[in-house]
Design a protein around this ligand. Structure first.
Ligand SMILES: Nc1ncnc2c1ncn2[C@@H]1O[C@H](COP(=O)(O)OP(=O)(O)OP(=O)(O)O)[C@@H](O)[C@H]1O
Length: 244
């Protein structure tokens, strides 16, 4: 059984007098340890699919099952609890709370879980270490570079050792050098920490980091052939250092 099973997913929006149908019966399997990228024309529905899989925006029809739990059958309240425990979301812009330090921003998701102070501290320290920012823990977002802010956002996404990490244009607002740092980090999350990643990007080079590349167009998913220079699928077990 795949880690994520999407079946017959449909979503339409009314725009003016028209109906747009970004998802017209999408089927998709994502396996444990996959790094999957998704490209496609602007406005085609990539974020709509990502947000459905993330349990943020429910579909009109179809089912999404993650690690055996059908999230499309959950109430809004249960879904919020599920997201807190199982989902990491990496945004295009980091969305850090400006008055909190890097440490406190990463700590936020842990406050929703029943963890002791020591367990919380261990998780936050591991996540900051994973993104190479241990020495910036006490800095406010305005004291960090754009790349460091994005790394804090990534640490916050992985601090609960999520079942699935989704990323919507994670390098979209970064300069080329900073984008490369974040690309390296995404590959490490997958290869070294065994995280399962679903990433939307407009950048073909970033999409090519992934072991599997998808294209969403006309409401359907197309699996692109593996690139000859693509990295092999990661064999590493889920959890890695953050599993503690
Ligand atoms: N809440 C909404 N209400 C109405 N229409 C919406 C809503 N959300 C998305 N849409 C429409 O659905 C379509 C798909 O949007 P979506 O943001 O998923 O595309 P995308 O592929 O992620 O685009 P981009 O690459 O530009 O980010 C677009 O036509 C968009 O305008």
């Amino acid at each position: 059984m795949a880690l994520v099973e999407v079946r017959g997913l449909k979503k339409a929006f009314k725009k003016g007098g028209e109906t747009v149908t970004p998802l017209a019966g999408v089927d998709l399997d994502i396996h444990q340890g996959d790094f999957v990228s998704m490209m496609g024309p602007s406005g085609t529905g990539k974020s709509t699919l990502l947000n459905a899989v993330a349990g943020i925006d429910p579909p009109d029809a179809g089912t999404i099952t993650v690690a055996g739990t059908e999230i499309t059958a959950m109430s809004r309240t249960k879904l919020a609890d599920w997201r807190a425990a199982h989902l990491g979301y990496i945004f295009q812009t980091h969305n850090l709370v400006p008055v909190l330090t890097a440490y406190e921003n990463v700590e936020l998701p842990t406050l929703l879980a029943s963890l002791s102070r020591t367990q919380r501290r261990e998780r936050v320290e591991l996540a900051l270490e994973a993104v190479g920012l241990t020495d910036r823990a006490d800095h406010l977002p305005k004291q960090l570079s754009g790349g460091q802010e994005q790394r804090v956002g990534i640490a916050r996404a992985i601090v609960m050792n999520p079942t699935l990490v989704v990323a919507d244009e994670p390098t979209g607002s970064l300069d080329a050098a900073t984008s490369e740092q974040i690309q390296t980090l995404l590959v490490r999350l997958n290869e070294e920490l065994g995280m399962t990643l679903l990433m939307v990007t407009h950048d073909a080079a970033v999409a090519n980091l992934a072991g599997r590349r998808l294209r969403l167009d006309g409401g359907q998913i197309v699996e692109l052939p593996a690139k000859s220079n693509a990295r092999p699928a990661s064999p590493s077990p889920a959890g890695g250092a953050l599993a503690a």
